[in-house]
Design a protein around this ligand. Structure first.
Ligand code: NOJ
Ligand code: CA
Length: 671
């Protein structure tokens, strides 16, 4: 649905300029007064900050600073030149998202500083009720032309120990299983990393607005202390800039409960408003596609007897989409080059394989009112992709195609890393160029989500996690994986996890080709069918895929839940959340609600409070629950679908088996 991008209320920028060179500290509080930030300068002129929530210290003295090849900034003999305080309280309306409105309310400090060699720099600090962000700025100045950052000194020194959910630091991939450890046992981590401190605060560290900088990982510096470790260029330099530099925001989201982390909009609020003025071509969609067959090894990306992306197969998928209220169809393996995957310049992003009649498929999809999703696997060869990108995007645009899935499955040339500055620039270039050709992006093997969808609402969704594909050719993602994702990876932004396997034990797969070295012959999906449905609600994505083969959806009453599920929502409420254990969320579109509830390896009975429904209205729920005979090991597909009348006073009992779940559609039926 087209939503005009507009800011609804604005009260902003009360400027309180202060200039006092002998000042040694500055304090700032969140709008509700509960978070207190203190910036201090030590005897040697080193900068550090502390952060308190209520009376609890969250971060103790944590260093700030950048070490440049040219100079060190923020590191010693630092002086405060001036401090300005601003505040903002606005509500903005995203083009799409789990909520129709986003409240952006913060107090801000902009601190201008000088170091021992009189270089100017600034620190921007914003305190929200649900956390904070801070960033470094190096303004243009005569004494500093080229900037080469060799180390970022930013620290996050937790005062208390607690439980941490994290994946290891990795410069190439986020496709790893989460570890649940003590905070002081985390040696290094990618962000977002989420912790629950001993006093019960839920804290997540991440970054926002990663635009022209290296991705940040965290390195343990002893005990519960961490320091930023940036992904390097091949020559070891971390970040390069000419003239001036503005770092991404370093973010600390804080909540007394896990639900508050999910409901926080801090990351998006730390990004700039949309630069796309006409957004009517940007629209959330549900999709299916020629995809899972290749991961299962029953189809191939390359031509041959079991080539997946053929004209005939595409027509079958388009027909299914048209019949079952699915807006779009993806095809992978439609273009030449898959036989060269792994080699430089492998993929031709404009030439279809002979058995994929591009023009005919476009015509057929148009006639049926179905959108096509283009696919560009690059194998990591970003250089070649940049050479042919404009032509490839124009081909999609000229054929009325509005969505593009990209992929970077392979090494980045010349010693670059997937998460280094060069690739951050590349991923952004793709999004910007896509906007020019009115294309929405779904990026796989992406750079992490840092909220840039606010600025580029055509950046719809991305992978950047161990997604469904791993179930096709490895021992699969464990039951708790889905109970950690919403509180870690998903805090950055939407995830293209691609839920929706109905043939959980691959009973309909007769023969298959082992194509992935992780495949030990024991692959399966480690959930029940009802949990697969619930994941469509729990793992939010504005491009939401039903990823199984359409043959596995034929005559399956449970597919009705996906049919009726909207692609976009107006309101979302977390009903229950314990990281790694249990999660239930409700999303509203119009007068209807869609609830997803999921559990880890433990069976659970939970009670959902439905007071979010309108008072004095009656509702009919269609409930998709784990069946009486459902069993994770050998009967995960047993599902029971039944109706129930409810209202806002209902306390709904939800019972889930091991790695089970429940999906509920709630429709208003009158007074
Ligand atoms: C990895 C992506 O995550 C997956 O979705 C895709 O099918 C393959 N690469 C091939 O591009
Ligand atoms: Ca992947």
């Amino acid at each position: 649905m087209y939503k005009n991008f507009r800011i609804i209320g604005l009260l902003t920028a009360i400027f309180i300029g202060v200039a006092c060179s002998s000042q040694k500290s500055v304090e700032l509080q969140s709008p509700d007064g509960k978070l207190t930030y203190k910036l201090e300068i030590s005897q040697q002129g080193k900068l550090y900050y502390k952060l308190k929530a209520d009376e609890y210290e969250i971060m103790s003295e944590s260093n700030l600073g950048l070490v440049l090849k040219e100079d060190s900034l923020f590191t010693d003999k630092v002086k405060i030149v001036s401090v300005s305080k601003n505040e903002k309280d606005e509500t903005w309306e995203p083009v799409w998202g789990p909520n129709e409105f986003i409240h952006n309310n913060y107090n801000e400090l902009v601190i201008s500083l000088l170091n021992g060699t009189n270089k100017e720099f600034k620190l921007h600090v914003r305190l929200f009720n649900d956390g904070m962000g801070f960033r470094y700025e190096i303004p243009k100045q005569n004494a500093l032309d080229s900037i080469n950052i060799i180390n970022e000194l930013t620290e996050f020194n937790f005062v208390e120990n607690g439980t941490a959910w994290s994946i290891p630091a990795n410069f190439e991939s986020y496709e790893m299983l989460y570890r649940t450890t003590k905070i002081d046992e985390v040696v290094n981590a990618n962000t977002p990393i989420t912790v629950k401190t001993e006093s019960g605060y839920h804290v997540s560290i991440h970054e926002a607005n990663l635009t022209d900088y290296a991705g940040m990982t965290l390195q343990n510096t002893g005990g519960t202390g961490f320091q930023a470790n940036l992904v390097p260029w091949p020559n070891g330099v971390k970040v390069k800039a000419k003239g001036s530099l503005l770092s991404p925001w370093r973010t600390i989201t804080i909540s007394k409960n896990a639900a508050g982390l999910v409901e926080s909009n801090l990351i998006q609020n730390l990004n700039e408003p949309s630069v796309i003025s006409d957004t009517k071509w940007i629209e959330p969609m549900k999709y299916i596609g020629i995809w899972w067959g290749m991961h299962l090894g029953v189809e191939t990306w390359t031509p041959g007897p079991i080539h997946g992306a053929t004209t005939e197969n595409m027509k079958k998928y388009i027909d299914f989409a048209a019949k079952n209220k699915v807006e779009a169809v993806l095809a992978e393996g439609w273009n030449t080059g898959w036989e060269n995957w792994g080699k430089p310049k492998a993929f031709d992003q404009t030439t279809p394989y002979a058995d994929f009649d591009f023009d005919e498929i476009v015509k057929y999809a148009n006639a049926k009112g179905i959108e096509l999703i283009g696919h560009h696997e690059t194998g990591g060869d970003y250089i070649f992709y940049e050479e042919c990108m404009e032509k490839a995007f124009a081909k999609l645009h000229n054929n009325g195609i509005r969505v593009l899935k990209t992929g970077y499955a392979g090494p980045i040339p010349n010693g670059h890393f997937h998460h280094g500055q060069k690739m951050v620039q590349h991923y952004r270039k793709v999004v910007e160029t896509a906007a020019k050709y009115e294309l929405m992006i779904d990026a796989h093997e992406p750079i992490k989500a840092t909220g840039i969808s606010r600025t580029y609402p055509n950046m719809m969704t991305r992978e950047g996690a161990r997604g469904m594909e791993w179930n096709g050719w490895s021992e699969g993602n464990p039951p708790e994986h889905h109970l950690i994702l919403p509180f870690t990876r998903c805090l950055g932004g939407p995830i293209d996890y691609t839920p929706g396997t109905f043939d959980i034990l691959y009973k309909n797969r007769k023969e298959y080709i082992k194509w992935n070295s992780n495949d030990k012959g024991n692959s399966r999906v480690n959930t029940t069918l009802a949990k697969q449905l619930a994941l469509w609600v729990c793992l939010y994505s504005p491009l939401q895929m039903a990823s199984d083969l359409v043959s596995n959806y034929e005559n399956q009453p449970a597919f009705k839940f996906f049919e009726n599920l909207p692609a976009d929502f107006e309101e979302s409420k977390v009903l229950l959340a314990e990281i790694g254990d249990v999660y239930a969320v409700a999303r509203r579109k119009g007068n209807s609600w869609y609830v997803g509830a999921i559990t880890d390896e433990n069976a659970r009975n939970i009670t959902l409070d439905l007071s979010f429904l309108k008072v004095n209205k009656k509702y009919k729920a269609t409930i998709y629950a784990d069946g009486e005979k459902a069993a994770l090991q050998d009967n995960p597909t047993d599902i029971k679908i039944f109706e129930k009348e409810l209202n806002s006073t209902t306390k709904l009992e939800v019972s889930m088996i091991e790695s089970g779940g429940q999906a509920i559609e709630i429709v208003e039926i009158g007074m």
